[in-house]
Write a protein that binds this ligand. Structure first.
Ligand code: ATP
Ligand code: MG
Length: 182
C-alpha cells in the first residue's frame, strides 16, 4: 500500500469490451473510499444507460459524491464527411466543463468517458488535453476511456490498459443486452 496518495492518469482503450464499465467500477471503488467522483460522458446522450440511475441513487446516499452527466447526443456522424458542427460544439463544451472540474479540486476522481473517441475523430485536440492534464492539481485522479487513445496521452498516463477483443456476442448477431451493454 502506498503511504502517500498521488493523483494518477489512467486510460482504458482498445477494441474489446470493458473500457467504460472498468472506469465505472473504479468510480464505485473510489466512492466507497469516501472520495468525490464525477463522470462526464463525451458523445453519449441518447441511450439511457443503467449507470445513470445507479449513480443517481448511490450519489444521494453518498452526499452527492458520485455524479454522472451525459454531455453529448449519443452519436456522431463518422466516415467521409467531417463531424457535424453541433457535435463539435458539444464536445468542446464537455471539455471546458471537464477541465474546470479537474482544476476545481472539488473532485478526487474525474472520469472522461469516450474522450478518446472524440479526440480520434478530430473533435478535440489531443495536445490541449495533454497540456491540461500536465497542469492538473496533483491529487486529482483522471480516467480517460475510448478506443484509439492518442499516443500523446498514452505517453502521459501512468496506467494504460488495452482491452483486447477475444470474442463478442455481437459477432453471433446478439444485439446489446440491457444491464450488460447499457
Ligand atoms: P462497456 O461500456 O460495455 O464497458 P466499452 O466502453 O469498452 O464497453 P465502447 O467502445 O464504448 O465499449 O462501446 C460501447 C458499446 O459497444 C457497449 O454497448 C459495448 O458493449 C459495445 N461493444 C464494446 N466492444 C464491442 C465489440 N468488440 N463488438 C461489439 N460491441 C462492442
Ligand atoms: Mg465506452
Amino acid at each position: 500500500m502506498a503511504e502517500t496518495r498521488r493523483g494518477l492518469i489512467l486510460i482504458n482503450t482498445g477494441p474489446g469490451k470493458g473500457k467504460t464499465t472498468a472506469a465505472l467500477g473504479t468510480a464505485l471503488r473510489a466512492v466507497g473510499c469516501g472520495m468525490k467522483v464525477l463522470v462526464l460522458q463525451f458523445i453519449k446522450g441518447s441511450w439511457h444507460y443503467g449507470e445513470l440511475d445507479a449513480v443517481e441513487a448511490f450519489g444521494s446516499n453518498f452526499a452527492g459524491n458520485f455524479v454522472i452527466r451525459q454531455m453529448g447526443r449519443g452519436f456522431v456522424k463518422v466516415g467521409g464527411a467531417e463531424a457535424d458542427p453541433e457535435d463539435i460544439r458539444l464536445v468542446q463544451a464537455a471539455w471546458e466543463e471537464a477541465r474546470a472540474a479537474i482544476d476545481s479540486g472539488q473532485w478526487d476522481l474525474v472520469v472522461l468517458d469516450e474522450i478518446n473517441y472524440a479526440i480520434s475523430y478530430g473533435m478535440l485536440d489531443a495536445g490541449l488535453v495533454a497540456e491540461a492534464l500536465k497542469g492538473k492539481p496533483e491529487m486529482v485522479h483522471v480516467i480517460l476511456t475510448g478506443r484509439n487513445a492518442h499516443p500523446l496521452l498514452v505517453d502521459l498516463a501512468d496506467t494504460v490498459t488495452e482491452m483486447r477483443e477475444v470474442k463478442h456476442a455481437y459477432q453471433k448477431g446478439i444485439l446489446a443486452q440491457r444491464g450488460i451493454e447499457y
